[in-house]
Design a protein around this ligand. Structure first.
Ligand SMILES: [Zn+2]
Length: 443
């Protein structure tokens, strides 16, 4: 993916992203005025845009294609402006609908978040989520917010009944197109069938009908505290929410774990939502409930729902930056030729999730008392250290690095009777700030 940030006379091109697929070129762009509150796009500006690298080779005729593929929230207003000049473009129905709901766009106008689910029991032996969800199913007062539909749901009831992680396979790994589209046969794994049911109720994944937000409640045997899991570093809404939750919980730590990775990311249960949120709280043994862990989980959900509620009411959240831990690599235990583990996590690494690990520091200890040290050029931050469920996944811990993520101003787009107006209502400074932050957050 290419990112261009270019200043053109009175306009800041905040970001232009081009993504080359096998047989198409997707272009999305956004820009803002710096000295005017009115957005007017003339032929001159259009020509400048076309001259930019990523527009080379795109002919007038294919502009509609470009527009159709531009419909990310952050570039909506420029599309709308273009649309005025390109009246002959044919947009698909969904795009037109979306455009018609647009108002001024100096901020990231997100869709309001109306349908929320809280999943417990995705792993049947992680009891905090099971306990809370069952309670909320009986008495949901605590999770209700005006204007929100919040649905508590047990995702793997059979595994919960047996207090086991899963019956046939890990439910939290099967929400990929192959499994979701798999023909139902007699020998289909229980969790694949269940994934299809869940996708039917809360999805379909990647569709407009999917739930807006899903919190998926997990426990870990690792000393990770109350961790939030982010799947996509460009999900502005979720980053803003995590920023809010972190602040609400301070001074207590609330690490954010980013699972975005070309090979290590997997198809989670929550991934059917537009905004998937993993909540991973530990240390807690499997099949056990601890009051302190329960309390942490409960608070995270409370603050998360509060954020959604305030957001829906139209509050504007200024740009923010959070520190996150990005997954880099998983590390297996030392094993013999039969695949059996030959060393355990070193005492000086045990329970040290999110703490820096440097070259030469101990990570494993063999039965003979031999220490195995970490070898690496740079400091990493291990997590999921000695997680019980990951012995089968050949993972002793994962290495992460610290990264800062910046979110743009966020505000819901609420119905506006005058959708034809392209007047930006923002004060000049806000426009500039939004532009700067947008540029900062480009990957
Ligand atoms: Zn889990």
């Amino acid at each position: 993916m290419l990112v261009h940030n270019t200043v053109i006379t009175d306009y800041i091109v905040v970001s232009i992203l081009t993504q080359k697929n096998e047989n198409s070129l997707n272009v999305s762009f956004s820009f803002m005025t710096t000295n005017s509150l009115e957005l007017v796009l003339g032929n001159q500006e259009l020509n400048i845009l076309r001259k930019l690298t990523c527009f080379k080779g795109i002919k007038e005729a294919s502009m509609a294609l470009v527009l159709n593929s531009c419909l990310e929230m952050h570039c909506i207003f420029s599309i709308k402006a273009l649309l005025l000049r390109q009246t002959s473009c044919k947009l698909n129905e969904q795009s037109l609908k979306q455009l018609n709901r647009m108002t001024s766009c100096y901020v990231v106008h997100e869709a309001p978040v109306r349908r929320v689910a809280i999943f417990g029991g995705t792993h049947g032996n992680e009891l905090s989520g099971v306990f809370l969800v069952k309670h909320w199913q009986e008495n949901g007062a605590e999770i209700q917010r005006t204007g929100l539909e919040v649905r508590p749901f047990i995702t793997n009831p059979s595994a919960v009944k047996k207090c086991t992680r899963y019956i046939d396979c890990d439910l939290n790994r099967v929400f990929d197109p192959d499994n979701l589209g798999r023909q139902i046969t007699e020998d289909i794994p229980y969790e694949v069938r269940r994934a299809q049911e869940i996708n039917h109720i809360f999805g379909p994944k990647n569709s407009n009908d999917a739930y807006d937000l899903i919190f998926d409640l997990h426990n870990t045997t690792s000393n990770m505290g109350g961790t939030l899991i982010l799947e996509n570093s460009r999900n502005n809404f979720t980053i803003q929410m995590f920023h809010y939750i972190k602040n609400a919980l301070a001074p207590e730590c609330c690490p954010v774990f980013l699972t975005e990775h070309p090979n290590l990311k997997y198809a989670t249960t929550r991934s059917i939502a537009k905004h998937p949120v993993g909540v991973e709280v530990g240390p807690q043994p499997q099949g056990v409930l601890r009051a302190d862990i329960l309390d942490k989980m409960r608070k995270i959900i409370k603050h998360g729902l509060d954020f959604v509620h305030i957001f829906n009411e139209g509050k504007e959240f200024p740009p923010c930056t959070i520190e996150i831990y990005k997954i880099m690599e998983k590390v297996d235990y030392p094993r013999n030729k039969n695949g059996e583990i030959t060393a355990v996590i070193h005492p000086s690494l045990q329970d040290q999730d999110w703490q820096p690990l440097n070259n030469g520091e101990p990570i494993f200890l063999t039965i003979d008392g031999e220490t195995i040290n970490y070898e690496g050029d740079s400091t990493v931050y291990p997590t999921f250290v000695n997680e019980a469920a990951y012995y089968e996944k050949k993972q002793a811990f994962v290495k992460t690095v610290k990264v800062k993520l910046t979110a743009k101003v966020a505000k819901p787009f609420l119905p506006d009777p005058d959708t034809s107006s392209l007047i930006l209502k923002a004060p000049k400074t806000a426009v500039k700030n939004a532009a700067l932050n947008k540029a900062d957050s480009c990957p």
